[in-house]
Each structure stands twice: as structure tokens, then as C-alpha cells.
Ligand binder design. Structure first.
Ligand code: HEC
Ligand code: HEC
Length: 196
């Protein structure tokens, strides 16, 4: 009886560190999984997959949703009550999930996408994506992983950078997105979605 009481007391004092903080497992299962999937593979191509995403990048995005620097009617209420500790734990949880490649059937479009990703378009001034995002598309602490992401989500983000509805990128992506044709944007998004 006494040892059971002690165990409960210990559990309570751990939980009190973050008031009503939930573990990342619980939070994902009861909240994030609805859209981002129970293992970080999103349930719709409109939502980003988060499996294998860089944790530092995710922390920045979650803080930007919280401060309003990145606008999203969907994500703003999702982050409202997250503590900095929970944000870090959620980012680490998603980063540790296995990634997935998508299948793309149009080989010709894929070749255009590969060219844009690796070399850009020097005739219209599009820089090579790989210059910043890395040859493998796995990103860095400040850059998102793009490899294996949903093509539809990537296209939407490119459009939002171009229209400046997404502005938390310090303009790096604005110039890039404004110079891509629709075909190039679709091609590079498809190419990224099938990268390992
Ligand atoms: C109702 C659906 C929904 C739920 C629930 C949800 N999200 Fe999201 N999430 C989205 C959408 C949509 C976006 C894309 C936002 C945009 O740019 O418009 C997004 C974007 C993100 C991003 C940025 C990804 C990137 O590549 O930039 C992160 C990180 C994220 N969500 C984490 C979470 C976490 C953690 C939870 C749970 C606490 C959560 N989301 C719950 C729909 C949802
Ligand atoms: C000068 C460096 C630079 C170049 C070149 C660049 N990017 Fe980016 N990109 C960034 C940065 C920085 C971010 C992260 C912005 C943030 O913190 O929200 C980003 C973010 C993105 C995102 C958002 C991902 C997400 O998960 O929401 C997409 C999509 C993207 N880049 C695609 C591309 C493509 C496609 C190209 C090539 C045509 C490209 N980028 C070239 C710097 C660059």
C-alpha cells in the first residue's frame, strides 16, 4: 500500500513539472495524429508528413505558428497551449519516425524536377535547390527536410512563399518561388516526394 502511494506521488511530481503537460506519445495520439498520422505520415497529401523532419526546424515552425509569424488557421489553435518543453519533445518524437518515399509515374516530369533541384534554371535565375537544401534534400538544423514530403503540400508552400502568405523564411524562398514556372514547381515537388 505504502509503496503504491510513493509511486503515485513520484509520478505526480514528475507531471507537475509542466502543469498539465502531456507526454509526446499521448499528445500525438490524441491530437496531432488526426492530421499528421500516428507515425508522422500525414493522413492527407495536403498536410505535411513530419516523420524524419529536422527537430530544430520543427521547433522553429511551432514557435512561429504560436507567435503568428507563420500563419495557419489550422495550426494556430494546435500549438496554443504547448509549453516549450512539449514543443521540443514533440519535435524529437516526429524526427525519430521512419521516412517514406512516394511513387511518381511520369519519368519525363521527374527528369525536369531533378534538373531544377540540382541545377536550377540559369536562364530564368532559379538557383539550384540543392545549394541550400543539400544534395539529398535532408536539410539542416535551419532547413526543412524535403525528401519524401507530399508533393501537394510542397506545391502549396511554394505558392504561399511566392504570394508572401508564408513569410517566416526571411525572403530566401520568395525569390526562388517567384521565378519557378508552374511546370517547374510541379516537377520539383514530385521529384522531392520520391527522394529517399
Ligand atoms: C487539423 C489538422 C492538424 C492537426 C490536428 C495538427 N496539424 Fe500540424 N499542420 C497542419 C497543416 C494543414 C499544416 C500546414 C500549415 C500551413 O502551412 O498552412 C501543418 C504544419 C505543421 C508543421 C510544419 C511542418 C513543415 O514542414 O513546415 C509542424 C511542425 C506541425 N504541423 C506539427 C504539429 C503538431 C506537433 C501537432 C499536434 C500538437 C499538429 N501539427 C496538429 C494540420 C494539422
Ligand atoms: C537560398 C537558400 C534556398 C534555396 C536556393 C532554396 N531554398 Fe527552400 N527554403 C530555404 C529556407 C531557409 C527555408 C525554411 C524557411 C523557414 O524557416 O520557414 C526553405 C523552405 C522550403 C520549403 C518549405 C518546406 C516545408 O516543410 O514547409 C520548400 C517547399 C522549399 N524550401 C522548396 C525549395 C525548392 C523547390 C527550391 C529550388 C527550386 C528551394 N527551396 C531553394 C532556403 C532555400
Amino acid at each position: 500500500m505504502k509503496s503504491r502511494f510513493l509511486a503515485v506521488a513520484a509520478a505526480l511530481s514528475l507531471a507537475s513539472a509542466g502543469a498539465l503537460a502531456m507526454s509526446a506519445d499521448e499528445r500525438v495520439a490524441t491530437q496531432c495524429a488526426t492530421c499528421h498520422g500516428d507515425k508522422g505520415q500525414s493522413v492527407s497529401p495536403l498536410f505535411p508528413s513530419l516523420a524524419g523532419q529536422n527537430p530544430e526546424y520543427m521547433v522553429k515552425q511551432l514557435n512561429d505558428f504560436k507567435s503568428g509569424k507563420r500563419k495557419s488557421e489550422t495550426m494556430t489553435p494546435q500549438v496554443a497551449e504547448l509549453t516549450p518543453e512539449e514543443i521540443a519533445a514533440l519535435a524529437a518524437w516526429f524526427a525519430a519516425q521512419p521516412t517514406k518515399q512516394h511513387r511518381v509515374s511520369d519519368e519525363d516530369l521527374l527528369a525536369v524536377g531533378r534538373y531544377i533541384y540540382r541545377k536550377g534554371n540559369s536562364w530564368s535565375g532559379v538557383p539550384a535547390c540543392a545549394d541550400c537544401h543539400g544534395a539529398d534534400g535532408h536539410g539542416t538544423t535551419t532547413l526543412p527536410r524535403l525528401a519524401g514530403q507530399n508533393s501537394r503540400y510542397l506545391l502549396t508552400q511554394l505558392k504561399e512563399f511566392n504570394q508572401r502568405t508564408r513569410t517566416n523564411d526571411n525572403q530566401a524562398m520568395h525569390l526562388v518561388a517567384s521565378r519557378l514556372t508552374e511546370m517547374e514547381a510541379k516537377a520539383v515537388a514530385d521529384y522531392l516526394s520520391q527522394m529517399p
